[in-house]
Design a protein around this ligand. Structure first.
Ligand code: ADP
Length: 537
């Protein structure tokens, strides 16, 4: 009877529906609880893992004999390991509060702050030497500070990891070595000069037909070699101490070149030195020091070409620069050794046993050229020979002149031409002639300006007309210019090689330093570079 009551029937249906709903909700609730439980376990595991990772990091960091630190993206140091406290005598909190500029040598603070600000500003590696006060006896000790940025998938810095290593003993040993070499070479010089004078007297007073004449004459030439080695050591000591003096006077460069070549040719009959070009030039510089450079390059050309006797020397005037080159057809140099040749004591490994030398000649020569505001570079093929070049600016400094510009879409100078091509939406950059740090910096800043003004993201960087060296600007390009270009919207960078091996290597180096979000490609052919850029969006 109840069953047939429509109202009761309705209620029964509703109850049934409610039951179903409750069941559904219960199942959902169960599912949710189990998901929550899993999630909680996941989150717990992740937190545990993070904590374990952090504990592991601290355990390692606190037990290494170097200062380890981390910093937030804006550069505030937020963690310092135990070693810092041990070194300074500060508590961990004191160290974080007072910052480490308190214990830094006052002379090092400014440049360190600058380097740190640059690294933070550009998200690039940080490396610098400075002195810290040692808590134990309050003396300053040399440190090497290094830091690397940890970046997320967007290239944004999320943390800095740094290490500060005590290099005081190493620095002291280097200083002692330099001092020893300086004293030793000074002490050797005086007796050598008198032995040389006596040898000359002996040679004069010995008739050439006597057997002794040959011996004395051989001893004299060995003494000249010894004198040149001692002079190199003395020069390095002077360069290290910043005491190399230059006597700048105008002199007839072409005449000096002929005299130097004649001097070398007299003492060496095996090799034949040809002066292929010798433009008439009066140059203001230190004649003896410049002759020393030519002598050194010719001596190397002779030494490193035992199986070929041809040496060519050229001196030509180009755009107010004197370009001098010494070419040999000897053993040549592997590309990866080229840029290190100017370092002190550097000698190419696989040839150092075959040829005598101290590895100082090129270091001294490049210092002399630098002090004349010039530059130095090399072209070389292993097994085929080498050409060593140096450039001396006739007016004391290389001139990089603006010719015309509208400050928006084009710039023309005697060292670079830049134009914005609206159809291809790219900046067409053509570097010209002999570059140095000043020209590269000036050109790069104009490129940056035009890139911004045209909202452009592509650069066709043509180096085909670059002659000579611009390696000094490499670090600056990598650390400041490239990141700034990236910030200004650069996305695609096509680099067309210079024919100069030295410049090619510099190019690679600056790209290696920062790639960031920019795609950079090297080309030997300008049309291929254009096609590549057009395909990119
Ligand atoms: P040194 O000749 O006394 O070793 P340098 O500073 O003059 O020192 O040269 C450094 C290194 O450069 C040499 O050890 C040699 O490996 C390399 N080098 C210099 N000139 C030449 C050359 N003309 N051909 C091949 N290698 C050279």
């Amino acid at each position: 009877m109840f069953m047939s009551d429509p109202e009761t029937h309705q209620q029964a249906v509703e109850i049934e529906l409610l039951k179903q709903e409750i069941e559904r909700l219960t199942t959902e609730n169960q599912l949710l609880s189990s998901a929550a439980a899993t999630f909680k376990t996941d989150a717990d595991t992740q937190a545990d893992n993070l904590l374990a990772g952090l504990a592991q990091f601290k355990l390692i960091a606190d037990n290494v004999p170097v200062i380890v630190w981390t910093a937030s993206p804006d550069g505030n140091v937020d963690y310092l390991n135990k070693r810092f406290t041990e070194f300074t005598g500060f508590s961990a909190q004191q160290s974080l509060d007072d910052g480490w500029y308190v214990i830094m040598h006052p002379d090092d603070v400014e440049r360190t702050k600058q380097a740190w600000a640059n690294a933070i500003g550009h998200g690039t590696n940080y490396e610098i030497e400075y002195r810290f006060k040692w808590g134990e006896d309050n003396t300053y000790r040399w440190q090497l500070g290094k830091a690397l940025p940890l970046k997320n998938h967007n290239g944004k810095v999320i943390k800095w990891f740094g290490i500060t290593t005590d290099i005081h003993e190493q620095k002291r040993a280097e200083h002692q070595k330099d001092e020893f070499l300086s004293i030793a070479s000074h002490e050797l010089k005086t007796p050598l000069t008198s032995v040389k004078a006596f040898m000359q007297l002996a040679l004069k007073n010995t008739p050439p037909e006597e057997k002794a004449y040959g011996f004395i004459s051989k001893s004299s030439s060995q003494l000249i070699r010894l004198e040149s080695l001692i002079n190199d050591l003395l020069d390095v000591s002077k360069i290290n101490a910043g005491k190399m003096n230059y006597n700048l006077e105008p002199f007839n460069f072409s005449e000096a070149l002929i005299e130097t070549v004649e001097g070398i040719q007299q003492g060496n009959h095996k090799h034949h030195i040809t002066i292929e070009r010798n433009d008439a030039v009066v140059y203001k510089g230190d004649r003896l020091r410049i002759e020393q450079v030519i002598n050194n390059l010719l001596a190397n050309a002779i030494k490193y070409s035992p199986n070929n006797n041809r040496i060519i020397i050229r001196s030509e005037l180009q755009q107010n620069n004197l370009i001098v080159s010494v070419q040999d057809f000897g053993i040549g140099i592997e590309p990866n050794n080229l840029t290190k040749l100017f370092d002190r004591y550097y000698r190419v490994d696989n040839t150092s046993m075959r040829f005598q030398g101290l590895g100082l000649g090129l270091f001294i020569s490049s210092e002399i050229i630098k002090r004349h505001n010039g530059s130095f570079w090399i072209e070389s093929q292993p097994g085929e020979g080498s050409t060593f070049f140096f450039l001396l600016p006739i007016n004391g400094k290389q001139e990089f002149i603006d010719i015309e510009t509208d400050h928006k879409t084009y710039y023309r100078g005697n060292f670079i031409e830049i134009k914005y091509l609206p159809q291809q939406q790219l900046l067409d950059v053509n570097w010209l002639g002999y570059q140095n740090f000043d020209s590269v910096k000036k050109g790069c800043l104009i490129i940056l300006d035009l890139l911004k003004k045209n909202n452009c993201s592509k650069v066709l960087n043509d180096n085909t007309h670059v002659m000579g060296n611009w390696s000094e600007a490499v670090d600056w390009g990598g650390e400041f210019w490239f990141p700034a270009m990236q910030e200004a919207g650069l996305k695609h960078f096509a680099w067309i090689y210079s024919p100069s091996t030295f410049s090619r290597m510099s190019a690679h180096k600056s790209i290696d330093i920062t790639m960031g979000k920019v795609t950079a490609q090297f080309f030997t052919d300008i049309d291929e570079a254009r096609t590549w850029l057009e395909k990119m969006d």
